[in-house]
Design a protein. Structure first.
Length: 577
């Protein structure tokens, strides 16, 4: 991976990015005055408190406090790293990511792997159309009811059976072999290289940015395994990625729900019938990484599993994984299909309307949790109720503390017939302290006021720079930040609020600066009023510095040398806070 991203490039990316357009592709926004509002994606609400400012290129939620730039939004909403968020925005505005400084990981250059995997995907698609033995693959896909259009949308392909196809296509020199192996496309045995995927229908797996990172392959005819996934590679982690997620986001401007199914063909069959929000795990159980990402993407997750014993076991594992993340703000439900059916077969039998009707009948997580633990227990007996409690208490204790856990614990208490405190002290809600008077809110300090004004209106910096800089000698907290902020704006006077804040992301007080910008105690003023406040704050800091320095010099004299005027001056408060 390359080195540090130059701050000037981040400025350029943010300057070309319209944060309203970016967030508008994920949320429904409505113009109110000069800003845009919508329902916050970071907490559950019915009345919009989420605001996007095109002037500041900044978003803020007055309900939960979430705020930041376009980069910060992608990091929070799409759960991208800082670098991934910058790359995503750069790609959107047509910029190529530069780097500066030393290589942090010189042995990792992922670009050749991404290119190779995309070329392999293109090759497999071509083979599905042209290879002499691809007819079996085409017949299989048609037999499953898939159209050519849906196969093209998901990039389905065919891996030839001979085991040397990719090696002939890309070459067998040491560098290419290394890349093919790193990408998981070839394997070795007894010193001989061969294609990992042979005589299989190929399903390219994309990351959330649409890049091919791996493949799944379904065998044609007899043999094991029926489905073969790419191995773990530098780009592909089974427990992190979800098949069909990129396509789901492309098909839905805003995901109202996500359906988690078990197989590639389940995802594709549902999409062909217009149910485009399905994703599948990649040959592994649902992981905490999967859930973390899904809970950020949609307010509702529906797990849809086959109606057999294995499907119910998979659903229970998903439920157990979800418990530490469930707080009641999102909805998690489970749909169990009839025995022997899966989403692929059922949607073809019942159509889109029939399957949608089934989705409305999916059971909430709480119902599945309580029903599962009540199996083979007689709740009419004392022993049965205590056994029920013994099963449920450890599971409920894994939930995050809060109203949702309290409600479920109270339900258990009602069934068992014991007070919650006696049944499980750990689940009993904490007793709230007696109401106390709130402390009086204090006005922000002079330094905080000046910093907040500059962050809010960077274009006023030239007025501050014209003020005598005696304030820089102040010992007040934050004076160095104020000085550095003005120095930055002196060098780059056209920075916006979001660009200015991003200059401080890797500093320990980045979050404090964001909070300060949104301080409700700061006055709401027009430009003229804000400029007057800024100049006034700096002038008062100058007066304070002069007064402090006079007192320090004055105190070096003997009291007998003080005049009456000087004695009176000493009794006045120092400066103006």
């Amino acid at each position: 991976m390359s080195g540090r991203i130059p701050p000037e490039f981040i400025d350029q990316v943010l300057a070309r990015t319209d944060i309203v357009e970016l967030i508008g592709t994920r949320l429904k926004l409505r113009k109110v005055g000069k800003d845009y509002t919508g329902l916050c994606p970071f907490h559950s609400e019915k009345t919009p408190s989420f605001t996007v400012s095109p002037d500041k290129q900044f978003y803020h939620c007055f309900g939960c406090g979430a705020h930041g730039s376009a980069i910060g939004f992608l990091m929070a909403y799409d759960r991208l790293s800082f670098r991934e968020a910058v790359e995503e925005l750069a790609q959107r505005v047509g910029l190529e990511l530069p780097t500066e400084g030393a290589q942090t990981r010189p042995d990792r250059d992922d670009a050749p792997l991404y290119r190779l995997l995309q070329e392999a995907a293109d090759y497999y698609r071509q083979q599905l159309r042209k290879h002499p033995q691809a007819r079996r693959a085409i017949d299989y896909l048609k037999g499953r009811g898939l159209s050519g259009e849906i196969a093209a949308r998901y990039g389905l392909g065919y891996a030839p059976p001979d085991g040397q196809a990719l090696l002939r296509r890309f070459g067998a020199d040491d560098k290419t072999l290394g890349h093919l192996q790193s990408a998981g496309l070839i394997a070795t045995q007894d010193g001989r290289c061969y294609d990992r995927f042979r005589d299989r229908i190929m399903f390219p797996i994309r990351d959330r940015r649409g890049r091919v990172i791996g493949f799944g392959g379904r065998i044609l005819g007899a043999g094991q395994p029926k489905y073969l996934n790419s191995p773990e590679t530098p780009l592909f982690r089974k427990g992190h990625e979800l098949y069909g997620l990129y396509e789901a986001q492309q098909a839905n401007r805003s995901l109202k729900s996500v359906i988690v199914v078990e197989g590639y063909l389940d995802v594709i069959a549902l999409a062909q019938f217009g149910i485009t929000q399905a994703v599948a795990t990649l040959g592994t159980a649902t992981t905490a990484d999967h859930l973390h990402h899904l809970l950020k993407l949609a307010p509702e997750i529906i797990f849809c599993f086959d109606g057999d014993r294995a499907g119910r076991a998979a659903a229970w594992r998903a439920l157990e994984t979800a418990l530490p993340l469930v707080n009641g703000h999102q909805i998690i439900r489970f749909l169990f299909l009839p025995e022997g059916e899966d989403p692929d077969t059922l949607v073809r039998q019942e159509g889109s309307d029939g399957f949608q009707a089934r989705l409305t009948q999916a059971q909430p997580l709480s119902e599945v949790l309580f029903a599962r633990q009540a199996e083979d227990i007689d709740l009419t007996t004392l022993d049965g109720r205590m056994q029920y409690a013994a099963r449920l208490i450890p599971l409920l204790e894994r939930l995050p503390s809060g109203p949702y856990r309290t409600l479920l614990a109270q339900r258990l208490s009602d069934v068992v017939g014991l007070p919650l405190q006696q049944l499980s002290p750990a689940l009993a809600p904490e007793r709230l302290p007696s109401p106390t008077r709130l402390p009086r809110l204090q006005s922000p300090s002079l330094v905080a006021q000046a910093v907040a004004t500059l962050l809010d209106r960077p274009h006023l910096a030239h007025h501050a720079l014209a003020i005598n800089p005696e304030w820089r000698r102040s010992s007040r907290n934050g004076i160095a930040i104020l000085g550095e902020l003005l120095d930055t704006l002196a060098q780059s006077p056209n920075l916006s609020t979001s660009q200015l804040l991003e200059r401080w992301r890797d500093r320990p007080y980045f979050n404090h600066l964001q909070d300060l910008l949104l301080d409700p105690l700061l006055p709401a003023l027009d430009d003229a009023g804000a400029c007057a406040e800024l100049i006034g704050a700096l002038e008062r800091l100058n007066t304070e510095v002069r007064e402090q320095e006079w007192r320090q010099a004055f105190n070096k004299r003997r009291p007998s040398e003080w005049t009456e005027e000087e004695r009176a001056r000493l009794t006045k408060p120092l400066g103006n806070t």
